[in-house]
Each structure stands twice: as structure tokens, then as C-alpha cells.
Design a protein around this ligand. Structure first.
Ligand SMILES: Cc1cc2nc3c(=O)[nH]c(=O)nc-3n(C[C@H](O)[C@H](O)[C@H](O)COP(=O)(O)OP(=O)(O)OC[C@H]3O[C@@H](n4cnc5c(N)ncnc54)[C@H](O)[C@@H]3O)c2cc1C
Length: 469
């Protein structure tokens, strides 16, 4: 009998397995595809690896401006793909090594929860291996971390259309398309648009809303969009149907339009993976978003926790890691109580107020906390400040004075607490965690003014903005 069975080996599942193993628990992790989940295999890591090559290529093309001349700049898509595969495989073997270190048993196969845990009687899980062999395993608790899958709206013309791809398929295409149409201007759409437009594809993004990246601050999203100069954005447009590589859409005033491409990326978001593992029979409370959980990642069924994208709470890898960690503390306390012991590890709670996000486009953007519009919707009195990134010596040196970039800080007018930080420009994804810490620690303007930031860094812009407030 295992202490914990974890279904799904993505960021939520594998990190929880490591942490539980570290606490000496007997853990079984079941993964039907590849360790590392969406993030490592078909998400965060392959996209960022490809984007890095595209960024290097763009920098080389504009090298003369910085005094660096290259005779012949070209890219080799096959070599870029090979590098992506090498990165993914090496990181995957790193996860495997960590799981070994913490004595986690890993089984390859599709897990199905047969019976939920009842006290110490345990849960039963059936595992169907890739070779079709079926095994069963029992445990006292279960963590569901089955992640999410692409949401494919039933668009007329999509069935059997080999020009229509999702993000997973687009990551492994053999050739860079001469023209690409992206349906959806969210993070995935914008990152792929940046990638392929930097590599020379003619890219069109069709977005239903009036602006791309709807979670971004309304002053910064247009800046990001305008900075992607070679991408053709069609805002406020509704796709009606597709035919091969042709997308038929209607604009704001109802005019019927079309665009042709070699490939169409459907980037209309992702939905929790709720099928194929027994959810139907269990009686789990499932909302429209995903599995309902409390702030300790407990489901409505005793002995079952859920973490990561499958909860639909925050579809980000770093949120999945944290949810996995929070679930672990509660599982440990539960197992202690089953054994009649006082819990030995304090139980954490999941908080969503300071979850940073990042868009790794060209340029990149990142933010945390409330946007100006969100603060207004909540009726909060705020003060705001913003500065262009070119005031940072490092930003100007590396990007030039005309490069787009901005840093905006939202502060409570009532007590000067930092409520949100939003940035467009290089390194934004690297320094945004610091802004998350300011919000988590409930820091005020004066506290930030007293922090010493390293110089020259782009992150200093936060401090400069705060000094203007
Ligand atoms: C193109 C793309 C780019 C992204 N970029 C970023 C980024 O830059 N930053 C970021 O924070 N997030 C990014 N994400 C989102 C990120 O990948 C997810 O938020 C993260 O992977 C969620 O982790 P998870 O553990 O909840 O689920 P997943 O990573 O989806 O892992 C779930 C695992 O469960 C397995 N599984 C499902 N059902 C079963 C079953 N019945 N039995 C056994 N195994 C099962 C699946 O095979 C999968 O491996 C990106 C996503 C995509 C698609």
C-alpha cells in the first residue's frame, strides 16, 4: 500500500512526488505520456527554447546597430528543433533522477481511479501501461494532477483539416510556414506569433476582443502589440469558419473578410483534463473551470487532493508547482492524523493574489497583482506611476533608445501599499518575482524606496517609478 498515488507527472505532480519522497512517504507517480507534463514537453520549455533561437536570429540581424557585423545571418530550423529536443530530454532525465533520489516509484501508463480512499482502507487505481498491460495499486491518499489540454472550439471546417494545428503540433513542424494565421491573441498565440514572425513568416493574429492579452494592463497591452511590428493583428474579429488554410472572419462592423496561410494555429485556450481517469464515477465536485478545491487543494472527497491546471484556478506552471507543494503539506498532516499523530509539518494555504505571469514574446512582458482596471473594478482608490524602460541604462544599452518598454506600478492611495507591477521589456520575466515579493510582503512605497537594486539592471525601473509617486 502506497501513502500517496499521484496521477499525472507534470509540474504539480512531479514536484509533489519529490516533496513527499523527501518526507519519507511511499509514493507512486503515474504518467501516461512523458515526465514533466505539458510544461516540459510541449509547453513552457520547448516554446522558450525556440523563442531563444528566434531572438538570437533577430539580434544578429540588427547587430550592425550595436557595432557587430555578421557576413551571412541565417537559421537552420532542423538544428533549432534538435536543440529544443536536447533541452527537453536532458531536463526530463533530470526530473527522473530527482524522483529516483527521493525513492518515488514511477509507472508509465494511464491511471484510472477505481475507488476513492476511505480512511485507512485506501484508494484503488488501475494502470493501463503503454503495452496494454493492466495493473492495480492501492494507496491511502490520491493527488490528481492530470493538467489540461488544448481547447478546440467546434469551428466549421476544422474536422479533418490538416492545415489546422494546436500548439503541440506546431512545436514540431518540419518547416517554418511562409504564412501563419493564429486564432487567439492570448499568451500562446502571442508567443507563437513572435516566434514565427521573427523567423520571417507572414503572421496574422485574429482576436475576438478589442485588445490582445486581456489580463494585461490596458495601457501596456497596446504597447506590446505595437512592438510586434511585423505581426498583422485583427482585433475585435470573430472567426466564422475555415477551409484548408483559409480563415473566414467578420470584423467589428460586420464586414466578411478572409486570410490565407500555410498553417492555422488554434490558440483558443486550454481546458482541464477531466477525462479518462475515473472522474465520472467518483462524485468529485467539478465546476465549469475544473476540479473544485479549497485553499489547501482538498477536493470534496476525503483523501483526494487536486493541484495544477486540472483545478482551472491558474493555468501556469509556477502555480501548479505551488499548488502541488500546498497539497503536500495537507496530505502529510492527513497521513499523520490517520496514524494518530500530531501533524509535524505546518499546513500551507494557496494564495492567488501575487501570482506573476510572463509573456515571452519579442519583446517580453510580465506582471503581478492588480492592473489599474482591476483596481478600479474593485472600487479601490489608487495612485499610479509609470516610466519608459529606456530610462534604465542597461535597457538602453542593450535595446536602443527607441525600443518599446514600460514599467507601471499601482499603489493603494489609502495606505501606499504596492498592489500591482506591470512591465513590457527585456528581463521583465526575470525580475517580476521581486515585485511578487513586494506584494506578498505587503510593502509600501517607502519600503521599496529603501531597497537597494543592483545597477545597471532593468529592474531598477520599478524603484525609479516608485520614487515618482
Ligand atoms: C505552448 C504552451 C506554452 C506554455 N508556456 C508556459 C510558460 O511559459 N509558463 C508557464 O507558467 N506556463 C506555461 N504553460 C502552461 C503550463 O504548461 C501548465 O500550466 C503546466 O504544465 C501545468 O502543470 P500541471 O502539472 O497541472 O499539468 P500538466 O503539465 O499538463 O501535466 C499533467 C500530466 O498528467 C498526465 N495525465 C493526464 N491524465 C492522466 C492519466 N489518466 N493517467 C496518467 N497520467 C495522466 C499528462 O500526460 C501530463 O503529463 C504553457 C502551456 C503551453 C501549452
Amino acid at each position: 500500500m502506497y501513502d500517496v498515488i499521484i496521477i499525472g507527472g507534470g509540474p504539480a505532480g512531479y514536484l509533489a512526488a519529490e516533496r513527499l519522497g523527501h518526507h519519507g512517504k511511499k509514493v507512486l507517480l503515474i504518467e501516461k505520456s512523458f515526465l514533466g507534463g505539458t510544461c516540459l514537453n510541449v509547453g513552457c520549455i520547448p516554446t522558450k527554447t525556440l523563442l531563444n533561437s528566434a531572438k538570437l536570429y533577430s539580434h544578429a540581424l540588427e547587430g550592425e546597430r550595436f557595432g557587430v557585423h555578421c557576413d551571412k545571418v541565417f537559421y537552420d530550423w532542423k538544428a533549432i528543433q534538435a536543440w529544443k529536443t536536447e533541452v527537453v530530454e536532458k531536463l526530463r532525465s533530470g526530473i527522473s533522477g530527482m524522483l529516483d533520489k527521493y525513492k518515488v516509484t514511477v509507472k508509465e501508463g494511464r491511471a484510472e481511479l477505481m475507488a476513492p480512499p476511505r480512511g485507512s482502507n485506501g484508494a484503488k487505481v488501475r494502470i493501463t501501461g503503454k503495452d496494454g498491460m493492466v495493473q492495480e495499486a492501492e494507496s491511502r491518499t490520491v493527488l490528481i494532477s492530470t493538467g489540461s489540454i488544448p481547447a478546440i472550439p467546434p469551428l466549421p471546417g476544422s474536422a479533418g483539416n490538416d492545415k489546422l494545428v494546436d500548439s503541440t503540433a506546431l512545436l514540431s513542424i518540419q518547416e517554418v510556414p511562409a504564412a501563419l494565421t493564429v486564432i487567439g491573441g492570448g499568451v500562446i498565440g502571442v508567443e507563437f506569433a513572435s516566434l514565427f514572425s521573427a523567423l520571417g513568416s507572414k503572421v496574422t493574429v485574429i482576436e475576438m476582443m478589442d485588445e490582445i492579452l486581456p489580463f494585461m494592463d490596458r495601457e501596456q497591452a497596446p504597447l506590446m502589440r505595437r512592438a510586434m511590428k511585423t505581426v498583422n493583428f485583427k482585433l475585435g474579429c470573430r472567426v466564422e469558419h475555415i477551409d484548408g488554410g483559409r480563415v473566414f472572419y467578420r470584423d467589428k462592423v460586420g464586414e466578411a473578410l478572409k486570410v490565407d496561410a500555410d498553417l492555422i494555429l488554434m490558440a483558443a485556450g486550454r481546458r482541464p483534463e477531466l477525462q479518462g481517469w475515473g472522474v465520472e464515477q467518483l462524485g468529485l465536485d467539478i465546476s465549469r473551470q475544473g476540479i473544485a478545491v479549497d485553499d489547501r487543494m482538498r477536493t470534496n472527497l476525503t483523501g483526494i487532493w487536486a493541484a495544477g491546471d486540472v483545478t482551472g484556478k491558474s493555468l501556469l506552471a509556477h502555480s501548479a508547482y505551488r499548488m502541488g507543494e500546498v497539497a503536500v503539506t495537507d496530505i502529510l498532516a492527513y497521513l499523520d492524523r490517520l496514524e494518530g499523530k500530531q501533524p509535524t509539518v505546518p499546513t500551507d494555504r494557496m494564495r492567488y493574489d501575487a501570482v506573476p505571469w510572463a509573456v515571452y514574446g519579442i519583446p517580453e512582458a510580465a506582471g503581478v497583482g492588480l492592473t489599474e482596471q482591476e483596481a478600479e473594478q474593485r472600487g479601490l482608490a489608487i495612485k499610479k506611476g509609470s516610466l519608459p524602460m529606456r530610462i534604465s541604462g542597461r535597457f538602453a544599452a542593450e535595446n536602443g533608445f527607441a525600443a518599446p518598454g514600460s514599467c507601471k506600478v499601482i499603489v493603494s492611495a489609502f495606505n501606499d501599499r504596492i498592489l500591482g507591477v506591470h512591465a513590457v521589456g527585456s528581463y521583465a520575466s526575470e525580475f517580476i518575482w521581486g515585485a511578487a515579493a513586494l506584494i506578498e510582503q505587503e510593502m509600501r512605497i517607502q519600503d521599496v524606496r529603501e531597497i537597494i537594486f543592483p545597477h545597471p539592471t532593468v529592474s531598477e525601473t520599478i524603484r525609479d517609478v516608485v520614487w515618482t509617486m
